[in-house]
Design a binder for this molecule. Structure first.
Ligand code: PBG
Length: 340
């Protein structure tokens, strides 16, 4: 018997002093674990709080660069930019997404110019640009047209790559988009542009504050995204999506939301369905609703914010995440620096 029984084995010996707890810790958080999302607006200077995401702001160019400065000073490896597009610039065909001088492209150039070492990730999806708020184009019968959408997504990803994005991150959940984007990137010579595939993006209620931030709640067509985002009741489909995305040329996979989906993170990273672990990094997205729930409870004095956030992030690392997209990235960098 390897594990002796009590009293020979007293597991509390490994817990009774902080030095020993630290020495035997199997997981820890570092600055390199976090990615900071930024909501960007086409204004030289702007800072407006999103009411359902306290202390998260829609930012103009100047403020975005200030946040990037803080992120790089605090050794956060990367940011992801989400554009806030005005209603007049949204359309049925999402053409605003393909302009060479689109907001995201100008923002990426500005960030890379001032902070060449900061990784910049862009969101490949049409929801900020469509007048109806869906990630894809609507057919005449009101359904989401997969292949027509993929053709636009491919062009959108090329615009982002051409403006200097290090990683393009398709979050739309259309079939076949990873392969199509990978081929397009290769054929245009963007051989180092990485694809972070949202392979397991669930049709979650927890995106609601983000949609408040972007003004992207579905307005026409289906009132939900269940025909393209994964069913909350499915685990098998996450594995199939992941295998397919790897096959099509993804470099990294994303699970989103993260906190309610640690089984999916663990499955993709460590095991399951006879495939062994998937030989690819897994990122988790601690989404807006997850942020706002902790924030609201903390503001009411019902939980300790710092401890709740650290616990959540450690659980995501334990599940198998290599990195986590989180609105708490700057706080985390400060808290970890604190070493308390
Ligand atoms: C859409 C997109 C969403 C988020 C990131 N990209 C929302 C949605 O699918 O409607 C949500 C992120 C968050 O809630 O923090 N492409």
């Amino acid at each position: 018997m390897i594990q002796g029984s009590y009293p020979h084995s007293r597991l509390r010996r490994l817990r009774d002093q902080s030095f020993i707890r630290n020495l035997v810790a199997e997981h820890q958080l570092t600055h390199n674990d976090f990615i900071l999302p930024l909501f960007v607006m086409d204004k030289p200077q702007h800072k407006q709080e999103i009411p359902s995401m306290p202390e998260v702001y829609r930012l103009g160019f100047k403020e975005v660069l200030q946040y990037c400065h803080r992120a790089s000073q605090m050794a956060i490896p990367a940011v992801v930019v989400f554009p806030v597009i005005s209603d007049e610039r949204r359309s049925l065909d999402a053409r605003e997404a393909l302009r060479e001088d689109a907001l995201v492209c100008r923002m990426v150039k500005a960030i890379k110019k001032d902070f060449p070492h900061l990784g910049v990730i862009t969101d490949v999806a049409l929801d900020p640009y469509t007048s109806h708020g869906h990630d894809g184009l609507l057919s005449e019968d009101g359904t989401i047209s997969n292949d027509a959408t993929v053709r636009v997504l491919k062009e959108q990803a090329l615009c982002h790559a051409a403006s200097g994005a290090d990683i393009v991150a398709p979050s739309d959940m259309m079939d076949g988009r990873i392969g199509s984007i990978r081929c397009a990137l290769e054929s245009r010579g963007f051989v180092h542009t990485k694809i972070l595939a949202y392979s397991a993006k669930y049709a979650s209620s927890l995106y609601s504050p983000f949609r408040d931030g972007l003004g992207s709640h579905p307005k026409k067509g289906p009132s939900h995204k269940h025909t393209y985002q994964l069913s909350v009741a499915s685990k098998e489909q996450a594995m199939r999506e992941a295998l397919q995305d790897i096959d099509e040329g993804a470099d990294i996979l994303m699970v989103k939301p993260a906190g309610y989906y640690t089984d999916i993170i663990h499955m993709l990273k460590h095991s399951c369905l006879g495939h062994g672990s998937l030989p690819i990094p897994i990122f988790g997205y601690h989404v807006s609703g997850e942020y706002s729930m902790i924030k609201a409870a903390a503001k009411n004095g019902w939980i300790d914010e710092k401890q709740a956030v650290l616990e959540c992030m450690l659980s995501l690392k334990r599940s198998g995440c290599s990195a986590i997209v989180t609105y708490y990235a700057l706080h985390l960098a400060a808290w970890i620096g604190d070493n308390t």
